[in-house]
Design a protein around this ligand. Structure first.
Ligand code: PMP
Length: 407
């Protein structure tokens, strides 16, 4: 049954029911990581209490149960993103590892001198640095796609950069720093038209939209469990089957091999080819529980609520002298990035924390974007399903108090 009731949903998240510095906690750092519902905590706890064992190996009951739960979790992720096959879902530690996997495996095989990787100025460092590393080794070049003053990808500039030397376009679906929702369908179609592949960083998107990798027609998709109410240390790389099949292993070790001998080793099939070593079994099971929880939420109602919170934020922000929102994207999720005249972002973050309000301050792992706006950092409030208008009111109460202290 689908439901949506933010005040009621709060009760599912035990961590939210606490005081910080003598005030009820207001958690507005959801773009960094989301909190975990009781059902996710219980799934991890239950696994370690009843089923813990290594997967795909032992011929005993616990190993069988662990393997079944682990592979069922893969199936659940596969359905969640509408993958044609579960074997196209590769477990990783998170978005960062997923992108590094593609860079090191696909990139090493497919990039050469004169080739270009287009990466938007909106990107998280996790979708910039892996491309810089592999381009430095292969002689390819990372070329930035400019961003407009509004914080949108400059589509005209993007189209001008596209030519047959572009082998890959790597962009996020949603910006963690500004909340921008990127027109990824258009970007993918244009990239494919010149024969380039597209890697989508879905770290911020998965908690806001239903994801359909087939409808998107992206070549690779990455996300992290912890931004989707799941545990840290587990994430996903999805790829088109023919691409994953052709890619060499990323790491060597147990699980990823077929036959090992000193005259030559052969490799396992998908997905195990990319999963060397004992995986994060509890993490995968926790992520499956998180997806089950997320499936119980009415996403359309959640989106309406989130836009209402954002609008309420913009209304209140309009009444604060010297507050400037960074970017004004055409379409944005519930992420509000701003600076306040006369109050450094880190000080504002500290003063809010003293009032029990958790926000993120700094560059948000997007230094090129900050440089684009001539800033060293911003204050970012990011909303999730359990945030309420009272949370937003508390934020602005806190901002006004901080402003008075600095006056
Ligand atoms: N990309 C984006 C857009 C993100 O927001 C994040 C997390 N802040 C990452 C990549 C990296 O994710 P992780 O740290 O979970 O690997």
């Amino acid at each position: 049954s689908v439901r949506f009731d933010p005040a009621g949903l709060r009760a599912d998240f035990p961590i939210l029911d606490q005081q910080v510095n003598g005030r009820d906690l207001v958690y507005l750092d959801n773009a960094a990581t989301t909190q975990k519902p009781e059902s996710v905590i219980a799934a991890i706890d239950g696994y370690y209490r009843a089923d813990n064992s290594n997967v795909h190996r032992g011929a005993h009951a616990l190993a069988d149960r662990a393997t079944v739960a682990f592979e069922a979790a893969r199936e659940r992720v596969s359905g969640f993103i509408n993958s044609p096959l579960a074997k196209q879902v590769i477990w990783t530690r998170g978005t960062t590892e997923s992108i590094n996997l593609v860079a090191q495996s696909w990139g090493r095989q497919n990039l050469g001198p004169g080739d270009k990787v287009l990466v938007s100025v909106l990107e998280h460092h996790a979708n910039i640095v892996p491309w810089q590393l592999i381009c430095a080794e292969t002689g390819a070049e990372v070329v930035p796609i400019p961003v407009t003053d509004a914080g949108d990808i400059d589509l005209e500039a993007f189209h001008q950069l596209l030519d047959d030397r572009v082998k890959l376009v790597a962009v996020n679906q949603v910006s963690n720093a500004l909340g921008t929702v990127n027109p990824v369908r258009r970007i993918i179609d244009s990239a494919h038209a010149v024969g380039a592949r597209v890697m989508l960083d879905g770290a911020q998107a998965v908690t806001h939209f239903a994801i359909d990798v087939q409808a998107l027609d992206c070549d690779f998709y990455a996300f992290s469990g912890h931004k989707l109410f799941g545990p840290t240390g587990i994430g996903v790389l999805w790829g088109k089957e023919e691409l994953l099949d052709a890619m060499p292993p990323f790491m060597g070790g147990g699980e990823m091999i077929d036959v090992v001998s000193f005259s030559g080793t052969t490799f396992n099939t998908l997905p195990f080819k990319f999963e060397a070593g004992t995986p994060n079994i509890a993490g995968a099971i926790g992520l499956a529980a998180a997806i089950e929880y997320f499936a119980s939420i009415d996403l359309e109602a959640a989106s309406v609520h989130e836009q209402m919170l954002l609008q309420h934020t913009l209304d209140l922000a309009g009444g604060i002298d010297g507050l400037r929102r960074i970017g004004q994207p055409r379409e944005s999720v519930g992420i509000f990035s701003f600076v306040l005249d006369g109050v450094p972002a880190s000080d504002l973050g500290m003063l809010l924390d003293q009032q029990g309000i958790a926000v993120r301050t700094g560059h948000h792992c997007t230094q090129p974007l900050m440089a684009r706006f001539g800033l060293s950092g911003t204050v970012r409030a990011s909303y999730s399903i359990y945030n309420t208008t009272e949370d937003v009111d508390r934020l602005f109460e806190g901002i006004k108090k901080a402003q008075r202290l600095f006056a």
